[in-house]
Design a protein. Sequence first.
Length: 273
Amino acid sequence: DSAAAFGCLLSDMWLGEFDCVSPEVFHSVLVKRYPAFRKRMQQDAQEFLICVLNELHEALKKVRAQLCQRRCRTSAKASGGSVSETSIITQLFEGQLSYDITCQECRTTTSRPETFTVLSLPIPSKSTCSLQDCLKCFFKQDTLTRNNQIHCSWCGTKRDAAVKATITKAPQIVIFHLKRFEWQGKHRRKLSTDIRYPPGNLDLSPYSSPLSCKDAKYSLCAVVNHVGFLDDGHYTAFCKHSVTENWYSFDDAQIAEIPDSLVQTDTAYLLFY
């Protein structure tokens, strides 16, 4: 299955017996569930990533639930529901946001929780900005008016509302998707903004609740780059070795060690901290 194929891919990569390793077996298993990625045309790396995480989560949570039921048959009924929804994927990548929604008429505030594995960040500038600028734009208070009004249970009718997001559970690994593709009228275009992102000490505490801001500083561990346009482009990756802490560039079959200074690029599309 997908988890076994992914495990074999990781083993082949870490054994170091080959100059490069093709993920074709894992890909062939994955496209059975997600046929859109079978076509030989450019697909979105962020969409592919979410499919991979979902597929691995579904496969691994079943294994976890089966093991738990074998070990704890007497308590399987009590714990089965919550155990089956967790996996190594949720433990590593899943975080939680809380959206505080305040009615502009009666000032009543309600909170709506939402889990996430990838944070899609808007890009506030066309030329250059920082990752912190993108985070500030994502977490700034927004106002819902007109067709976007919310139904206030206290007022009993639709009202304008202020909405603000806060991180209530920070994931061990946080993934940022930089929204480089945007609609302009009826057409989509790519933003080539140079976004500066820190290699370490990324502090998420300004966007977190007090209880979740402990250990909220992150270090960069991987970057997915996109060069090209909407329908014609090329993906590469930079990954930090977890033991040696050296950086490597992955460009199809070309793998090379690179200096830390080259990790900062104006083509970054996905950031892993």
